[in-house]
Design a protein around this ligand. Structure first.
Ligand SMILES: Nc1ncnc2c1ncn2[C@@H]1O[C@H](COP(=O)(O)OP(=O)(O)O)[C@@H](O)[C@H]1O
Ligand SMILES: [Mg+2]
Length: 378
């Protein structure tokens, strides 16, 4: 197959643009996740790839074959969709065996394949049951099983774990990744609205918003180098703080003033400022993990005073919502002593890990690579 290409693909429903000029290359063997808020066009994009929906404009390629006009059955794909239907009058086992029989695949080994898939999904004990005697989560696993019993070139999955409880979802996440890794040349396109699922599963993650592809990157690069405020806020938990500030670059030294304090950026970070970055208003993105209690260390440029509103214990970490001036920010705080509601705290930014965005375009002002040349050129 050799990869998939969405080439300037548009989809309109009754004149409304649902997918807007989507150009995306998916590599052969890759696990690519499409993520974004509900209604952003994920399912529609996947359905176009499956052949269930025709693009309004643009082409879809699988390797060097234009598949835009091919029917579902003419594409070597296996799908699991959010809304799935099992054959109600067939047992789980017959549901699993149905696809291979229709495709007239050799019978030998079929029992073993069914058992292997059933073991993988933890439904071996349910093989003789009718779908009506299964819970929602169990039905979803049978639906997954029907897709997994094939070893297609392309797996398409649309929120296949959404009906599972939290523990099973985490377990299935790992199983699907293992499975993908085992089927070396199989490409998987996986849709979810859950950024945690996207980050944990995807070789690369494509972030969509309102039908627009905003960024495609590895989980790490999305987190480190969000190209827009939206991606910065969407990726990572707790949500990134975004506060108005002012950038000042003088003699190669960059500092940012926000929340009433001025922080001198590390030379490395300053070196990533794009040529277009000018002194003036910016949006400052700071993740909770990069906003911490000031310790009065000499390398700390300044500290912000705030009042603790609420604290949230996640088990390993404590995040506090803190009132600073008229804003609320979230910071990671030490677990002991646990800060109390109403307590005044001094916060400092990590000067190496501030994100800067243009307040108008909401685009990042930082490039990915620091270059000494850039600093000395100033
Ligand atoms: N068959 C359809 N007819 C009209 N509008 C549709 C149809 N399918 C999807 N839409 C609309 O397209 C938008 C994107 O839908 P969808 O691709 O399902 O989003 P997602 O999967 O990201 O939640 C939504 O506004 C949805 O209401
Ligand atoms: Mg959807």
């Amino acid at each position: 197959m050799n990869g998939i290409r969405f080439d300037h693909v548009w989809k309109l429903f009754e004149g409304n643009v649902v997918v807007s000029d989507l150009t995306l290359d998916i590599r052969e063997g890759e696990f690519l996740v499409l993520v974004g808020p509900s209604g952003c066009g994920k399912t529609t994009s996947l359905r176009m790839l499956a052949g269930l929906e025709r693009p309004s404009h643009g082409r879809i390629w699988m390797g060097n074959k234009d598949v835009t006009d091919l029917e579902v059955g003419e594409r070597d794909i296996s799908m699991v969709f959010q809304s799935y239907a099992l054959y109600p009058n067939m047992t789980v086992k017959k549901n699993l065996a149905f696809g291979p029989k229709v495709r007239k695949e050799p019978r030998q080994n079929l029992d073993k394949r069914i058992n292997d898939v059933a073991d993988l999904l933890g439904i071996r004990h349910l093989l003789d049951r009718a779908p009506s005697a299964l819970s929602g989560g169990q039905r979803q696993r049978v639906a997954l099983g029907r897709a997994l019993i094939r070893e297609p070139q392309l797996f398409l999955m649309d929120e296949p774990l959404s009906n599972l409880d939290a523990a099973l979802r985490v377990q299935m996440r790992a199983e699907l990744i293992r499975l993908h890794n085992r089927l070396e040349s199989t490409t998987t396109v996986y849709v979810t609205h859950d950024q945690v699922e996207a980050l944990t599963m995807g070789d690369r993650v494509a972030v969509l918003k309102d039908g627009l592809l905003l960024q495609v990157d590895t989980a790490n690069d999305l987190y480190e180098y969000p190209e827009t405020v939206f991606v910065g806020e969407f990726i990572g938990s707790p949500k990134m703080n975004v506060v108005p500030g002012t950038l000042d670059v003088t003699g190669g030294v960059a500092s940012v003033t926000c929340l009433g304090v001025t922080t001198t950026l590390s030379a490395q970070l300053a070196g990533r400022l794009e040529g277009a970055a000018v002194n003036g208003p910016v949006l400052v993105g700071v993740r909770a993990h990069d906003l911490h209690l000031a310790k009065g260390r000499p390398d700390e440029s300044g500290a912000v005073t705030g009042l603790v509103d609420i604290t949230e214990h996640t088990g390993t970490e404590v995040f506090a919502t803190i009132d600073v001036a008229d804003l609320k920010v979230i910071a990671r705080l030490p677990r002991t002593p646990l800060p109390q509601h109403g307590q005044a705290v001094q916060l400092a930014f990590n000067p190496e890990r501030v994100l800067l965005f243009d307040p108008e375009s909401k685009k990042s002002l930082l490039g990915r690579n620091s270059s000494r040349e850039r600093i000395s050129a100033r």
